[in-house]
Write a new protein. Structure first.
Lengths: 126, 832
């Protein structure tokens, strides 16, 4: 890991990447279940195929979030700053963006598991 | 001791930034003036909404009340909710941000001052239109979320049209303000203010403004569909012709739930500025607060169905949204813990802002906890549409927004007026409001649990509601007395009161650089920043700023200027000349507003004429006031730095504004596409058996023509860069012709197959999508013609090509819109 972190190497989009995966996962789970129940299974039909799709989506989403979170974690594990300072170096900014990315990845992973939990407990379309 | 040079600089700055006098004052566009008008107007609407609430409480004080008729009551609760949400809660966020964001960022103004002013005039016009309607017994009465079929089939007056068109107009203004705030926070920070150093307020504003971009367009799309049904009979929400009222609820709550957080986050942002000041220490957990702001922003888009738990959706859908509704409590809690930790780790000085902060947090926590209860579907089944929900939402909004805003009023008032508000009156107001609020709204939870539905204009005696309802009324009046004390405190004459000292709270953030009384230039020189609390951390900072030792200490041409910096590290990239006062902004608001107002009365010819005039005014505004090529290419901005005066593409603020606007536009479009697939999912007769679609020929031709227009636009940009005038004009002319042809071909599809939009929701949806894409093709053609004219007039050159860069960006979205539209309306029926 290099310590120098030029501005050109940074991106705010990365901060939003993990929550965006959560959003995509959430939307796809919702659409998969809604379309399955409305078009194929009927109001009291079984949910099994949709649950399998949600499980697969969840594994994919968590893997993506983990990759982003790991990148964030690596960036925020630069040598720690002294206690009293103003955070105005390239490394400080790099560490901040890494840490915020990591925290957002953790939150996104928790929210993704919450969403998957919905499918884990529901067995049919009622 | 000020030197003669410094005095000359100050006099030139003063000339550039002093507002016009007399009636021309209203042409001002500077953030400090417009922001104050905006805030004052929002408070006036708040008082109006509050007065309506008192009317409701008088009506409900006793069983069998006859103070208001049922119809008047319906109008009063609808206007109360709508005013508080659309005319107070959201605008006050944007208003406060317009005043203070530039000062917190060390900028002289936001990048598009005229856009702020335009937003304000739209807001004022739309707000007066809506509020005025209640005096003519013509106000909307469908509740603040206007559910069809109540508002489509059962309310024939113009009330619903006023709501749909009036608020669409205001929402466009809100999106304009959001664009301004996002670009301001990203591109107009003082040099050195890296992304990890910006005030938390700016983070929150950034998140909330981005949320506006994605939350408002679904409502604009929904309002368009509902108005098309009301005005022209297109049956989007009429089940007898294939429509479904639930689509409205999806689109409304896709806006409505994030809106709660759009209101809440900027209010917490004020607390994130106030608490460190009074705790005398930096905020605890800066990164954690950023996490919670961004995280809340995202998760809040996964909650909308929790307003629809009783509409019969499959259990798995309810569970999904219930889970997300619980998850959002995590980031929300994190930021509250950070604020409490900051206060606990510092030495908190007692003050009125801190009183409102503590009161607001305690009230909000109660509202948050009842929110967690309502997020559980089985509990919601019981409490839905009862007074429990009314109690919950007021705890959230008054605790999470109103009290923090009042904390901000007492904290920031010296920056606006140069004088403090009264500690004694503020304390009295707080306790009246805090006690009154709890006496008014706590009983509503019990009323709801006892089964009292919301929105009933009266109730029978002995049903268990009498005492609790009376308590709510008494509490409401105590709350109102507290508000009255604040109004008195603000309005009372302060002539004998001396100006307060500079930075009266000894805060550490940049906005407190301001002199007392304030100077119109905002900041004497734009400082170099190297910490989160420069006034605490940087030695001699105030003196150096005042002596003009940083950037842009002078206005040698007596023009308004500020710096544009890079997004991540705030490196200076441009000296931006800002536009000065102009009446073009109220004129644009008036003409565009005319479209919506005439439309409300069904005067569609006048509406179209007014809309066309609006487009003309906007073109004139752009032509005379934007992308101006200056006589010199660059300028010495101080500290040995020379910056260009004109930049284009991603370095420029205009390009970012276009990108952000188009993200909102794309969201509205995707909401319409969502509508198409929603109908396909829930209706077996979408498309109806044997129905003719738009065919394949015309739509495919349209997509090809518009893709060709996109290609030629890119070619025109290339020719322009190479300085090849003939090639440029040929390419841009061809692109314009293909754009017009593409738009016509899009409409020719459903027209040639005889799709009748009033017969069924399927043809109506196809027409809607085709018309949306065609309108974008036409707008794209207009933009191309504008660029061609600019080049002919010498206002666009090979180097100064901002208009063309922005048009090229616009065309990326037009092309994508056209291709997706054709894939949906012509491709999907073949695949499904």
């Amino acid at each position: 890991m290099k310590n120098a972190a030029p501005e050109a190497d940074e991106s705010l989009w990365l901060l939003a990447a993990a929550p965006a995966i959560w959003a995509a996962h959430f939307l796809l789970c919702y659409v998969a279940a809604a379309v399955w129940c409305a078009k194929f299974a009927g109001p009291a039909g079984p949910l099994a195929p949709a649950r399998r799709a949600i499980l697969a989506l969840t594994v994919l989403a968590l893997a993506g979030i983990a990759v982003i979170g790991r990148g964030g974690w690596r960036r925020c594990r630069l040598p720690p700053p002294p206690l009293s300072r103003e955070f105005d170096t390239d490394e400080d900014r790099h560490r901040f963006l890494g840490f915020a990315t990591f925290l957002l990845s953790v939150l996104s992973a928790v929210a993704t598991v919450y969403a998957a939990g919905a499918a884990a407990f529901m067995r049919d379309c009622r | 001791m000020t030197t003669p040079l410094e005095r000359d600089q100050e006099s030139r700055l003063l000339k550039a930034w002093t507002p016009p006098k007399g009636w021309r004052y209203w042409s001002e566009v500077n953030n400090t003036e417009v922001g104050v008008w905006y805030t004052a107007t929002a408070f006036l609407f708040f008082l109006f909404g509050g007065a309506l609430a008192l009317l409701m409480r008088i009506q409900l004080a006793r069983p069998g009340g006859d103070f208001l008729t049922a119809d008047a009551y319906n109008q009063v609760f609808t206007v109360h909710g709508s005013v508080m949400m659309f005319l107070f809660a959201i605008p006050i966020f944007e208003a406060v941000a317009v005043i203070f964001l530039p000062q917190m960022l060390g900028a002289r103004d936001l990048p598009f001052p005229r856009l702020s002013a335009f937003g304000y005039w739209c807001y004022l016009l739309g707000g007066l239109f809506l509020c005025g309607s209640i005096f003519f017994d013509a106000a909307p009465k469908g509740g603040w979320f206007m559910n069809p079929p109540l508002t489509s089939a059962y309310q024939t007056g113009i009330g619903a049209d006023i709501w749909l068109l009036g608020f669409s107009f205001i929402e466009i203004a809100a999106i304009a303000a959001a664009v301004e705030l996002i670009v301001g926070a990203l591109k107009c920070r003082a040099p050195g203010m890296r992304i990890n150093l910006i005030p938390l307020y700016a983070w929150y504003v950034l998140v909330a403004a981005v949320m506006v971009l994605f939350a408002f367009p679904p409502l604009i799309a929904g309002s368009m569909l509902l108005e098309l049904e009301r005005a022209f009979g297109w049956p989007f929400f009429d089940p007898s012709r294939g429509g479904d009222p639930l689509l409205w609820q999806h689109l409304f709550w896709l806006f409505g739930h994030p809106e709660v957080y759009i209101i809440f986050l900027p209010s917490v942002a004020l607390l994130a500025m106030i608490v460190p000041t009074f705790a005398r220490r930096p905020i605890v957990g800066y990164s954690w607060i950023v996490l919670s702001a961004v995280g809340t922003g995202f998760l809040s888009f996964g909650l909308w169905v929790h307003h629809m738990f009783t509409t019969g959706l499959p259990g798995v859908s309810l569970a999904l949204f219930s889970a997300a509704s619980e998850a959002v409590a995590i980031p929300t809690g994190v930021q509250l813990f950070c604020l409490i930790a900051t206060a606990a780790a510092g030495r908190v000085a007692g003050s009125v802002p801190m009183l409102f902060t503590a009161g607001g947090l305690s009230v909000f926590v109660v509202g948050g906890l009842t929110g967690v209860m309502l997020a559980l579907a089985p509990f919601d089944f019981q409490a839905h549409d009862t007074f429990f929900v009314v109690g919950h939402l007021h705890y959230v909004l008054i605790g999470g927004a109103l009290f923090p805003i009042l904390a901000g009023l007492y904290y920031y008032y010296p920056l606006v007026a140069g004088k403090k508000l009264s500690e004694r009156l503020g304390t009295l107001a707080f306790w009246l409001m805090f006690i009154g609020f709890n006496v008014a709204f706590l009983p509503m939870h019990l009323l709801g649990l006892r089964g009292m539905p919301r929105r009933v204009f009266t109730y029978p005696a002995g049903a268990g509601f009498d005492a609790l309802s009376l308590s709510s009324t008494i509490g409401a009046f105590i709350l109102a007395a507290g508000v009255a004390v604040i109004v008195w405190d603000v309005l009372r004459s302060k002539r004998g009161q001396p100006y307060c000292e500079r930075n009266p709270w000894a805060a550490g953030t940049l906005e407190w650089l301001q002199e007392m009384p304030s100077k119109p230039w905002g900041v004497r020189s734009i400082p170099e920043i190297d910490g989160r609390y420069p006034l605490w951390d940087q030695p001699d900072f105030e003196r150096d700023v005042d002596r003009g030792r940083f950037y842009l200490p002078d206005a040698d041409e007596e023009k308004r200027e500020s710096l544009v910096t890079s997004v991540i590290d705030a490196r200076p990239v441009q000296c931006l000349e800002l536009p000065g006062p102009s009446f073009v902004t109220p004129l644009a608001a008036l003409t565009i507003g005319g479209f919506f107002i005439f439309g409300t009365f069904g005067q569609w010819v006048l509406a179209l004429l007014s809309g066309a005039a609006g487009i003309g005014v906007v073109c004139w505004w752009l032509w005379t006031g934007t992308s101006v090529i200056l006589s010199q290419p660059d300028k010495d901005v101080g500290l040995g730095l020379t910056l260009p005066l004109y930049v284009s593409g991603p370095s420029s603020v205009g390009w970012w504004a276009m990108l952000i606007t188009m993200l909102a536009d794309a969201t509205a479009f995707l909401s319409l596409v969502f509508g198409y697939f929603f109908y396909w999912t829930v209706r077996d007769d979408f498309p109806p058996r044997g129905a003719a679609g738009p065919g394949a020929l015309w739509p495919c031709l349209a997509a090809s023509l518009l893709a060709g227009a996109w290609g030629l636009t890119m070619l025109a940009r290339r020719f322009n860069r190479l300085g090849r005038a003939t090639g440029f004009h040929a390419a841009i002319g061809g692109a314009g012709a293909l754009a017009l042809g593409g738009a016509a071909a899009l409409l020719a599809g459903p027209w040639s197959t005889g799709l009748e939009p009033t017969s069924h929701v399927y043809p109506a949806t196809v027409w809607m999508l085709a018309a949306w894409a065609a309108a974008h093709g036409l707008a794209g053609a207009l933009a191309l013609a504008y660029c061609a004219a600019r080049r002919l007039a010498g206002r666009l050159t090979a180097r100064c090509d901002g208009d063309l860069e922005n048009t090229a960006l616009f065309w990326h979205f037009v092309a994508a819109t056209a291709v997706i539209t054709v894939a949906v309306i012509a491709g999907f029926p073949l695949a499904a």
